[in-house]
Design a protein around this ligand. Structure first.
Ligand code: ADP
Length: 376
């Protein structure tokens, strides 16, 4: 019969990751005590905050790790809550001792691909496209985040079925997760459906905080859901994350394409790259299999061609997404169509666009060199 030791249990706990911070709890100072009495083990772990939404995941993982130690028959896991001082130490461990908030995606060594999803006007499906692309990318095992930069018209939490309140560790905000995607939205901080009435500088500050005060970890892809049109927020994003590529969402309709083009052409002034154009609501498949062009046709290609001309570098039409009532229902119930109906034509088109986002080689063609511009 083997004798259980405290050190064997602690070693096993090294494999337990905090579900939000994705680091071993042993590194994060979250193991308060380990007591061994014969074949019985009692582990007490620290939660970062009282009422931590991840409490049961964390205790289950801890119990499973302790039960895996040879000779252990009985495991008790209890919890305590960190003090302010302990939270501060934890924040320093994961973020380093920076006094100024830093935007990780704006650092020269950042490997995160940042896409700002824009549209000329509202209602063309920009947010629906954003959440489905993010969910599709996360389902392939990539680390993905969404910033809901549409402060007035925030809709990402609803589309992703996320009603969680972000937890806070010291001055670091832990983003809730849905479908494996980390997200942050002003909607997470408001009660009910209260409106936001802010001027430009406050919008800028909110976007800056979403980018710098939220603990994103190592993301492969960050998507920003911009407000419709060519406003303050688009300019803030261009300043805060100069390498963000714009994705322009439009419907096939000529009038929509025209305003989408306007949204895209601000990239000229902000010196951002346009990653591509996405045409949404391209057709509706009728029960007899015929395709009906509800909003006309060709708008996406026209926008892509004009933006290629204006910018002098090729702007691809990345895909065309059909109208699908299930896409709308998925948004209403917070279950993106790429998860709920992955085989549907709309989900297939979205997955195809997600593929292109990550498989496309990073090209410097047409990319402004930002000569003479000092980056902060
Ligand atoms: P935006 O972010 O551009 O304002 P939304 O993503 O909120 O647009 O979409 C507007 C409405 O259109 C929502 O009700 C959404 O469910 C619906 N919608 C978007 N794309 C499609 C589509 N391809 N098929 C059916 N409904 C769609």
């Amino acid at each position: 019969m083997s004798t259980v030791t405290e050190s064997a249990v602690r070693t096993a706990l090294e494999a337990v990751e905090d579900p939000e911070l994705n680091r071993p709890i042993t590194d994060l100072g979250m193991v308060k005590s380990v007591e061994v009495d014969g074949d019985a083990v009692a582990v007490e772990i620290y939660l970062t905050i009282a009422g931590c939404p991840m409490k049961s995941t964390l205790t289950d993982r801890t119990r499973a790790a302790a039960e895996g130690v040879e000779g252990v028959r009985k495991v008790t896991v209890t919890t305590d809550v960190m003090s302010d001082e302990q939270r501060r130490e934890l924040r320093l461990k994961v973020r380093g001792a920076t006094s100024e908030p830093v935007i990780p995606f704006a650092q020269p060594d950042s490997t995160t691909r940042v896409f700002a999803v824009a549209s000329g006007k509202g209602g063309v499906g920009k947010s629906s496209v954003t959440v489905n692309l993010a969910t599709s990318l996360a389902s392939r095992g990539l680390n993905v985040g969404i910033v809901d930069a549409d402060i007035y018209g925030h809709s990402v939490p609803r589309l992703m079925g996320s009603s969680a309140h972000p937890s806070q560790v010291d001055d670091m905000i832990i983003p809730p997760q849905s479908f494996g995607v980390k997200l942050i939205s002003i909607g997470h901080f408001l009660d009910g459906n209260s409106p936001v009435i802010w001027r430009g500088p406050m919008l800028h500050r909110a976007i800056q905080q979403f980018l710098s005060d939220v603990f994103w970890g190592d993301l492969d892809v960050l998507l920003l859901d911009l407000p419709p049109g060519t406003g303050d927020v688009a300019i803030s994003v261009a300043q805060l994350v100069p390498d963000a590529e714009l994705l322009i969402v439009t419907t096939p309709q000529a009038a929509a394409a025209e305003v989408a083009e306007r949204a895209g052409s601000i990239a000229q002034q902000t010196r951002q790259r346009i990653g591509g154009v996405i045409e949404n609501m391209s057709w509706l498949e009728l029960p007899d299999g015929t395709k009906m062009d509800v909003f006309g046709s060709g708008g996406g290609q026209i926008v892509a061609d004009h933006l290629s001309e204006i910018t002098g570098s090729p702007v691809p039409l990345m895909g065309r997404i059909p109208l699908d009532p299930d896409l709308r229902v998925g948004g209403d119930v917070g279950n993106p169509i790429v998860v709920s109906q992955p085989g549907s034509p709309a989900a297939t088109a979205l997955a195809g666009i997600a593929d292109r986002l990550v498989t496309r080689k990073q090209s410097l063609a047409g990319r402004p060199l930002n000569l003479g511009v000092t980056r902060r």
